[in-house]
Design a protein around this ligand. Structure first.
Ligand code: ARG
Length: 458
């Protein structure tokens, strides 16, 4: 079989070697981007008088036919033609004849593949931002519903202070907002056109790179042809942002898994997002949350894989760079899938208000409140801490909680205690009073919800 680049070769390639070098099995995902890039390129070749009007139209029409076929899944790719770029050229030749060969004037697969990846990344980045917004909206909705539902807040996974469940969910809304901001910012570097850089050095033809950039909706062009074809920073950046998104989801996964356990019992997952056991009839496992937590590992893997692939690569294009695609494609699928799963899972989970309330009423998460109470009455906080620590110890020894101590015990501990101490120990009060900016106090949470509703157009 003669290759598109076969002129310099004296021997036929061996099929098994070709197969090893081919990328068509995965880069066919770029078929639409590849065709669109070619359409912009051929229009430019024509308007710059590099090819004739007639040839330009023939090529354009052929590409339109291929695009339609691609949309219907009617294109057949062949590993013989290595990658999506040469497969499309081959299919175009079948469609319109030898004139198809003019399409590759003033272009290389190196600027072509980079262009395809930039177009792909732009679309996917925008879609992922949309999915983040969907999840944020659901989280804000559930926060509003559960502003006054109390759960213990934790540090070191030890009960620390009671908090509003809504406040807890809003922490994830903030994290996701940073993720969306990072993606939006990355578009500055994604939406730049490498097309026209040629193989590495530019071209002798009088091309107009600005025209193709504009036709493809890019905001600008790479200013150095070597950089244009060898830059994969935008993919590294995506994998890094994707890793951060997964890290956030994996932290929420872990909480969902804990909360849905009998030990915590703060939520129950909808059946859709849980699975049973083949042997233990009582089980309802939080599989989807576990899977998202697990998939975080492979996304980190893709980031490290590409960083390592690019390390020490001399300029400009090297075939190593073909390895950029699978990890990126996989990460796009994983991040999108995980965001969708979470949107459904959070939307449908049942919050076990009663058992959450029981948790905050039968623990020592109100101990800080007691120390604050004394400190507010003038006792140095350190001393107050010591007094309350002793009271907690007394309670543990007598198997009671602070609110169950008779007033005499408080009086004995400090003369500053008054009867209103019981009110102060009520978890609702404890939460309501944490009204410093950004705190869990109900007024603060309501303000945060109002802010997010406005920002997210809810
Ligand atoms: N399939 C190649 C890739 O994904 C396209 C670029 C090939 N360029 C080359 N000079 N071999 O990187």
């Amino acid at each position: 079989m003669t290759k598109l680049w076969g002129g310099r070769f004296t021997k036929e390639a061996e099929a098994w070697v070709d197969e090893f070098g081919a990328s068509i099995s995965f880069d066919q995902k770029l078929v639409i981007q590849d065709i669109r890039g070619s359409m912009a390129h051929v229009a430019m070749l024509r308007s710059c008088d590099i090819i004739s009007e007639e040839d330009g139209h023939k090529i354009h029409d052929g590409l339109v036919t291929l695009e339609k076929k691609a949309a219907n899944g009617d294109l057949e790719f062949d590993v013989k033609y290595e990658d999506i770029h040469m497969n499309i050229e081959k299919l175009l030749t079948e469609e319109i004849g030898e004139v198809a060969g003019k399409l590759h004037t003033a272009r290389s697969r190196n600027d072509q593949v980079a262009t395809d990846m930039h177009l792909f990344m732009r679309e996917e980045t925008e879609e992922i931002i949309g999915l983040i917004r969907d999840l944020q909206r659901v989280l804000v909705g559930r926060s509003e519903e559960h502003t006054e539902t109390l759960i213990p807040g934790y540090t070191h996974l030890q009960r620390a202070q009671p908090i509003s469940f809504g406040h807890h969910l809003l922490a994830y809304v903030e994290m996701l907002a940073r993720d969306a901001d990072r993606l939006t910012d990355s578009l500055k570097r994604v939406n730049v056109s490498p097309l026209g850089a040629g193989a590495l050095a530019g071209t002798t033809f009088p091309i107009d790179r600005r025209q193709t950039a504009e036709a493809l909706g890019f905001d600008g062009i790479y200013e150095n042809s070597l950089d244009a074809v060898s830059d994969r920073d935008f993919l590294i950046e995506f994998l890094s942002i994707g890793s951060t998104i997964m890290m956030h989801l994996s932290r929420l996964s872990e909480e969902i898994i804990l909360w849905s356990s009998e030990e915590f019992d703060f939520i129950e997952l909808d059946d859709t997002f849980a699975t049973g056991s083949s042997i233990m009839p009582q089980k309802k496992n939080p599989d989807m949350a576990e899977l998202v937590r697990g998939k975080t590992g492979r996304v980190y893997g893709s980031l490290f894989s590409l960083l390592t692939t690019l390390k020490s690569l001399p300029l400009a294009y090297n075939k190593d760079m073909q390895e950029d695609k699978e990890g990126v494609f996989d990460t796009v699928t994983t991040v999108k899938g995980s965001l969708k799963i979470f949107t459904g899972m959070i939307d449908s989970m049942i919050v076990q208000e009663k058992s959450a309330k029981k948790a905050v009423s039968t623990d020592f998460s109100n101990a800080t409140e007691l120390a604050d109470y004394l400190a507010a009455k003038g006792m140095p906080f350190r001393e107050a801490h010591e007094v309350v620590g002793k009271l907690v110890l007394h309670c543990i020894e007598n198997d009671i909680v602070l609110a169950q101590c008779p007033f005499a015990t408080f009086e004995e501990a400090s003369a500053l205690f008054e009867e209103d101490i019981y009110e102060a120990l009520d978890p609702r009060e404890v939460v309501a009073r944490r009204n410093s900016e950004g705190g869990t106090g109900f007024t603060q949470v309501q303000q945060a919800i109002a802010k997010w509703k406005e920002r997210l157009d809810i």
